[in-house]
Design a protein around this ligand. Sequence first.
Ligand SMILES: NC(=O)c1ccc[n+]([C@@H]2O[C@H](COP(=O)([O-])OP(=O)(O)OC[C@H]3O[C@@H](n4cnc5c(N)ncnc54)[C@H](O)[C@@H]3O)[C@@H](O)[C@H]2O)c1
Ligand SMILES: [Fe+2]
Length: 391
Amino acid sequence: MHKKRAFIVTDSFLYNHGHTRPITNKLDELGIQHATFFNVEPDPTLASAKAGAAHMSEFQPDVIIALGGGSAMDAAKIMWVLYEHPEADFMDMAMRFMDIRKRVYTFPHMGDKAYFIAIPTSAGTGSEVTPFAVITDEKTGVKYPLADYELMPDMAIIDADCHMTAPKGLTAFSGIDAVTHALEAYASMMATDYTDGLALKALKVIFEYLPRAYENGQNDVKARDEMASAATMAGMAFANAFLGVCHSMAHKLGAFHHIAHGLANALMIDEVLRFNAEERPVKMGTFPQYDHPHTLRRYAEVAEYLGLGGNTDEEKLENLIKAIDELKAKVGIKPTIRDYVADEEDFLGRLDAMVEQAFDDQCTGANPRYPLMSEIKQMYLNAYYGTRVKV
Ligand SMILES: NC(=O)c1ccc[n+]([C@@H]2O[C@H](COP(=O)([O-])OP(=O)(O)OC[C@H]3O[C@@H](n4cnc5c(N)ncnc54)[C@H](O)[C@@H]3O)[C@@H](O)[C@H]2O)c1
Ligand SMILES: [Fe+2]
């Protein structure tokens, strides 16, 4: 591809454990100059992206290689924007839109200076194939998903070799993250036949292989390979159909209480399935092609495809939730937020602020049922206590 200068973005763990070495060895062999930024922290901040972008500006790469989980890939995307468009304003880019394809703010055009390659090491966020980058503004503590097709990587390399060393926690959390991607994409107001196929297949593969990847991931190449593909398929589904209120709530739960992204989704997804399945919601999503609430049927279709049994749609939904709960338990995830956030007073004290930010998240717009803030609050409370107050 006639590239001369490669800039690698990764985190310190992957760098220190030699994960970038096969890449740099190859670049050396090809006579391509390279530099590596390895200070990406989990749930990257705007400040660290700015630091990486400053290095990038000095080095002037014509190709960027992001290696890592969602954190490294997302941070690299933001660095890429800041490198190519230092004039772009973050708050403008972070503006929310009902449909990112019809926004009034034009995202800067990407790719004039550097080609972007993403290599995931977790399965996963799907960031290697999505137009999203989740970044935390360290000044306000707010976690923003930036969304625009300009943020799509030019190339994704899905290689199970990069996933073999993933620890159990990461395997479990990022695996359930992919489950929620597929479920939210399937229920989204913007789901299409194209995204449905990807979402269903991803779910089937994850239900079969995530427990194996969790139990014996260091040795089970087949399980890692299946999970790597499934996470990317789920990514392709939500890159086009978008997500929903589970991710809105997970983003803010993660940012407020320092809970890993996939785990935060795992703790909210049951609530969201019940909430979205309501046939007579207070407010339904507002998108022309979504003319009546039908999400219960959609979830029943998922249960049918996964072969979970049940006679009525209600039974199928319950079987789907049961199967998700069993999957979470198999990979060591506890059932309630309280299991992870012991300080009840702190949780309740900051709940209203978390609710307001979750309502305002970019992901809320594609949810099939439009949530009231009071409903988001009740979902958080149910997920905290393990109660089932109807929302
Ligand atoms: N852009 C998107 O579309 C999108 C979607 C979902 C989530 N996200 C974001 O992704 C982030 C979470 O990403 P993640 O779950 O992949 O975790 P991560 O990138 O934060 O990584 C977690 C830890 O696992 C380590 N690790 C990663 N791969 C490893 C491997 N193969 N072997 C050993 N250790 C490894 C990392 O060094 C790190 O310490 C969150 O910030 C979330 O908001 C983005
Ligand atoms: Fe996610």
